[in-house]
Design a protein around this ligand. Structure first.
Ligand SMILES: [Zn+2]
Length: 469
């Protein structure tokens, strides 16, 4: 097996995760390790485990492909990815939402061979990446900021088609794709936006409404607790019986109004509506903020801003405010101690029952590498003791992977797993895996540069700011 091929296997993932461990502990290496961890940080003997750092990946030796496959790919958890995307390439948004179109173009994989690059992030790519090339059980399909069918890369009716197509692929016609309806109350007449909510909710397909409070006309956002704009949306959702409200918070995109990108407004509304579940997308994380222990004096941005908002409003853990991990986990996992603080703060303060799995797939391809990394991740006993973070047991990971979201979205995980076409799906997955064994690329392979030219392009991009703003 050559090096390129090896790096595309579960062994390759183990090697990368072990490298993150070494990078993280190089400054304070030593410590006693735990579990099977007798290995020194610079040893290539024995399993790679924690050595005094805040977070680490527990992975088998990368050379032991079978063990890597078993531990990283075979979890069998119920995985409910509540943060996923695709686009419909042939839509008016290509003309009407140029900046969004450019942003999405930047997310198309380097190896995309389609004449129209948006085909590589379309409905077919979605179904492949989510359900054939990953262990995901069910998903929630979202969209980027938009004001309606004229500038949405994935308008409501197209989302419903994806849902129906996914259902038709499962033998029992079981829903495996739930839907967000994205609402932009400051775009045009508020009354029209509220009517739209009624229309979409009438289809019975709205699992949750989602808002981008930092996005709006002329680069101006709004507050969810603003009685003139935000509250009517929440009130409407309440009337319609849609009792889950999602908001993008943190991770500034494009012309985001930073003054309305924090979670304070959402948390304040959550206090007023105890019978609605509010989900803070991205957990308010921003990649410009280094996540460390909670410090109320440094809580203007990032996960700290969410913790502070909960404190300020007197909302205890495991109430009606939730956090979602899309892009946040992927952005922090190469820095295990930062990832440990990010997860530790969310789990201890938002609550172990209220942190939900999301990956922002298919922007980054199959979510499988993120799933594998999470299965292997641990918060060190030192950080648990010092900051009250929970241990990442298999039981807790199962909650984050899907059981928490299942409860909030009213999904029965056991019934869902049994009803989803076990034969058809398993066959298709096995077929793809067989291709991989024949030397083809793994269906879930992590995105990244594969040729010299792609490496050089990648290095150049690393020096540019992360957001295309
Ligand atoms: Zn997203």
């Amino acid at each position: 097996m050559d090096r390129r091929r090896c790096l595309q296997t579960a062994g390759g993932v183990a090697a990368v995760l072990a490298t993150y461990n070494l990078g993280a502990c190089s400054s304070d290496g030593g410590g006693s390790g735990r579990g099977g961890g007798s290995a020194a940080p610079n040893s290539n003997r024995g399993p790679t485990t924690s050595n005094g750092q805040g977070g680490s990946f527990e992975v088998p030796e990368p050379e032991d492909l079978e063990a890597c496959e078993l531990e990283l790919s075979g979890g069998g958890e119920f995985i409910f990815d509540i943060h996923t995307h695709h686009v419909v390439p042939d839509g008016p948004w290509r003309q009407n939402a140029q900046r969004i179109a450019d942003m999405i173009l930047g997310l198309v994989p380097a190896g995309c061979a389609e004449t129209d690059p948006y085909r590589c992030v379309d409905r077919t790519a979605y179904l492949h990446d989510m359900f054939l090339a990953s262990d995901t059980t069910i998903s929630l399909l979202s969209d980027v900021p938009n004001s309606g069918p004229l500038d949405a890369p994935l308008p409501w009716e197209e989302k419903r088609e994806t849902r129906q197509l996914a259902e038709s692929l499962a033998a029992g016609g079981e829903a495996r794709v739930l839907l967000h309806d994205v609402i932009a109350p400051t775009c045009g007449e508020l009354a029209m936006r509220l009517d739209e909510m009624e229309r979409t909710a009438d289809t019975g397909d709205v699992a949750a409404f989602k808002v981008y409070t930092a996005w709006g006309p002329d680069g101006r956002g709004y507050a969810l607790d603003d009685p003139a704009v935000g509250l009517p949306v929440v009130e409407k959702a309440h009337q319609l019986g849609v009792r889950v409200m999602c908001a993008h918070k943190g991770l500034p995109l494009l012309e985001f109004d930073r003054s309305h990108n924090g979670p304070e407004d959402l948390v304040a509304v959550a206090k007023q509506y105890p019978d609605i579940d509010f989900i803070v997308y991205h957990g308010a994380y921003e990649n410009q903020t280094e996540e460390g222990p909670y410090d109320p004096a440094d809580a203007a941005r990032g996960v700290n801003s969410l913790v502070k908002a909960l404190d300020d409003n007197g909302i205890p853990p495991n109430s009606n405010v939730h956090a979602e991990l899309g892009t946040t986990w992927r952005e922090t996992l190469d820095s295990p101690t930062e990832a440990a603080h990010m997860l530790g703060k969310l789990l201890s303060r938002v609550g172990i029952d209220n942190v939900m799995w999301g990956t922002d797939a298919v922007w980054y391809g199959s979510p499988q590498p993120q799933i594998m990394a999470f299965r292997a991740f641990q918060i060190s006993p030192e950080l648990q003791e010092r900051h009250g973070y929970p241990a990442l047991t298999a039981e807790l990971k199962a909650k984050v992977f899907g059981l928490n979201a299942a409860r909030v979205f009213g999904v029965d995980p056991d019934a869902k797993r049994c009803a989803i076409d076990p034969d058809g799906l398993a066959d298709a997955r096995a077929e793809l895996a067989a291709y991989a064994r024949d030397g083809m690329i793994e269906p879930w392979h992590a995105r990244g540069p594969m040729t010299r030219r792609e490496v050089l392009t990648w290095l150049r991009r690393l020096r540019e700011p992360w957001t295309p703003a």
